[in-house]
Design a binder for this molecule. Structure first.
Ligand SMILES: O=c1[nH]c(=O)c2ncn([C@@H]3O[C@H](COP(=O)(O)OP(=O)(O)OP(=O)(O)O)[C@@H](O)[C@H]3O)c2[nH]1
Ligand SMILES: [Mg+2]
Length: 196
């Protein structure tokens, strides 16, 4: 395999996948490299359902194997919100800064020990005529009181992974890949593929 298509329009995810695949000599392409593919509606109630919707729709459309990623942040003090709505938490325009502001606002007055959260990632692989495979990855941590760091995307500046002193956005892309929900889901997928 020298090339892989990730069925996403999120540049932050594409960058994360590049860190994971390019050292293996696999080129990453995404829906951002293809002309006008319509958004797949994320009507599922779980990460797994949404990942499957995206990978199956694009695999059928392009008649080739594809990987998709549905992911998000679960904050315990917010009843696991924003969850599957992470990209759209503060509105349909998917604004990372507004999403962060909304989480911080909703956690006002919540003390450090109760700011537990996790990133969840479901990675789905679909190939026309074959059953879709889904693997999950998690990254436990806490929500900070303010933004820290410039790397990554989404909620990375306000998420401090367990066992780290830095926020996810202060880690290098390689350091993030080693501990992230995305990296962990991909490791599980690689292990599964090896056993086949
Ligand atoms: O700080 C973060 N670090 C991460 O590593 C991360 N992974 C996911 N997220 C959040 O969850 C949404 C995914 O929603 P999502 O899976 O529907 O993706 P999306 O709509 O952005 O793109 P697509 O893949 O659907 O085209 C994203 O937009 C982010 O808000 C992350 N935030
Ligand atoms: Mg999406």
């Amino acid at each position: 395999m020298d090339k892989i298509l990730i069925a996403t329009k999120n540049q932050g995810k594409v960058d994360d996948f590049k860190v994971l695949f390019e050292p293996k000599g696999i080129k990453v392409i995404s829906l951002l490299d293809l002309d006008s593919i319509e958004d797949v509606e994320e009507t599922g109630t779980t990460f797994s359902e949404n990942a499957t919707l995206k990978s199956e729709a694009i695999a059928t459309l392009l008649n080739m194997p594809v990987i998709s990623d549905d992911s998000g942040l679960e904050v315990d003090a917010l009843n696991k919100e924003p969850g599957v709505y992470s990209a759209r938490y503060a509105g349909l325009e998917k604004d990372d800064e507004k999403n962060i502001d909304k989480v911080l606002e909703n956690l006002k007055g919540v003390e450090e020990k109760d700011r537990t959260a996790r990133f969840v990632c479901a990675i789905a692989v679909s190939e026309p005529g074959k059953e879709t495979i889904v693997k999950h990855g998690y990254c436990e941590g806490k929500i900070l009181y303010e933004r820290r760091g410039e790397n990554g995307f989404g909620y990375d500046p306000i998420f401090k992974p367990e066992g780290e002193t830095k926020s996810m956005a202060e880690l290098t892309p390689k350091e993030k890949a080693a501990i992230s929900h995305r990296g962990n889901a991909l490791k599980k997928l690689a292990d599964w593929l090896e056993q086949q």
